[in-house]
Design a protein around this ligand. Structure first.
Ligand code: F6P
Length: 325
């Protein structure tokens, strides 16, 4: 018989498509197991201020197709302060909550690790468009974001072709290049610039464009991961060195919005159900749900943040080079 009678769930950090499916699956699975669910609004902020709602099956019906998160989110500065974490832990204990499910990215995981020190049983679900956690092959939101970027770039290319221009398109991803790599490969970009591989050299990009120019091409697409270099500087340099008119498009938050793909809905559902399974039926906690070899598994939360074990997939990277020659 499980000693978990009530759990809380929150979403934290940048919203990611599929978070709603995870909230839904947590709620259905918990209620099916006789466990009550408290939804915490605005991530760790709501945990400190005790902004909550009892979640019922009715509250979470028909939310799979919704972007964003029905529980809202925040990047809580206040949660970095131990005093506020103590308030949050007291709130949970005062309301007889036995465990917490945190759906979010690396900042949220760091918060969760600190929070386990307040003796709160915690399970994390990886939710971030950046796909930047080393222990899991998938983080919720990535597929929808990569597709949103791909669709936007397809449109941008139409205009670029009509005008014979080069367009530098900046995509999100924080310190990881997966959105750039996938959206760039899917749109046959002439150059993909990734944080993991950037050597600070604009000339490689110019060379790639010149090679194609000689071959008769008249429009170019450069996909740039955010934070690597300034998109305007790069476009100006390309224009100066090649004589090809160049433009910049920064895709921004359209990558975080919109209805989740089937993959994000499905993985959100699987991860949400798995979180409840290990917590309630197996009595394990302070774990992060992960996908390994396309199978659900779990790790100690700290393992998701091991920066020494967070390489870009080398086969995917090599293929991106082959396909853009
Ligand atoms: O982590 C998700 C993400 O969208 C990153 O790709 C981006 O760098 C960041 O969040 C933007 O953060 P904010 O929503 O706080 O502006």
């Amino acid at each position: 018989m499980s000693d978990i009678k009530r759990i809380a769930v929150l979403t934290s950090g940048g919203d990611a498509q599929g978070m709603n499916s995870a909230i839904r699956a947590v709620t259905y699975s918990a209620i099916n197991a006789g466990v009550s669910v408290t939804g915490i609004y605005r991530g760790y902020e709501g945990l400190i201020d005790w902004e909550v709602k009892e979640l019922t099956i009715d509250n979470v019906r028909n939310i799979n197709n919704r972007g964003g998160t029905i529980l809202y989110s925040s990047r809580s500065e206040r949660f970095l302060d131990k005093k506020n974490r103590e308030i949050a832990a007291k709130n949970l204990k005062d309301h007889d909550i036995d465990a917490l499910v945190v759906i979010g990215g690396d900042g949220s995981l760091r918060g969760a690790i600190e929070f386990t020190k307040e003796d709160i049983k915690t399970i994390c679900i990886p939710g971030t468009i950046d796909r930047d956690m080393c222990c899991t092959e998938y983080t919720l939101g990535f597929d929808t974001a990569a597709n949103a970027a791909m669709e936007a770039i397809d449109r941008i290319r139409d205009s670029s072709v009509s005008h014979g221009r080069c367009t530098v398109v900046e995509v999100m991803g924080r310190k990881r290049g997966y959105i750039a790599l996938w959206a760039g490969m899917a749109t046959s970009a002439d150059a993909i610039i990734l944080p993991e591989k950037w050597e600070g050299d604009f000339d490689n990009v110019v060379e790639a464009i010149n090679r194609r120019h000689v071959g008769g091409k008249n429009n170019y697409l450069v996909v740039l991961a955010e934070g690597v270099t300034d998109a305007n500087d790069l476009a100006n340099y390309i224009q100066k060195e090649t004589g090809i008119e160049s433009r910049v498009s920064v895709l921004g938050y359209i990558q975080r919005g919109g209805s989740p793909t089937a993959k994000d809905r499905m993985y959100g559902s699987l991860m949400g159900a798995y979180a409840v399974e290990i917590l309630v039926n197996e009595g394990r906690y302070n774990r992060i749900v992960a996908i390994k070899n396309d199978i659900l598994t779990d790790y100690a939360i700290e393992e998701a943040l091991d920066i020494n074990n967070n390489e870009l997939d080398s086969f995917q990277y090599k293929l991106s080079l082959t396909l853009s020659v």
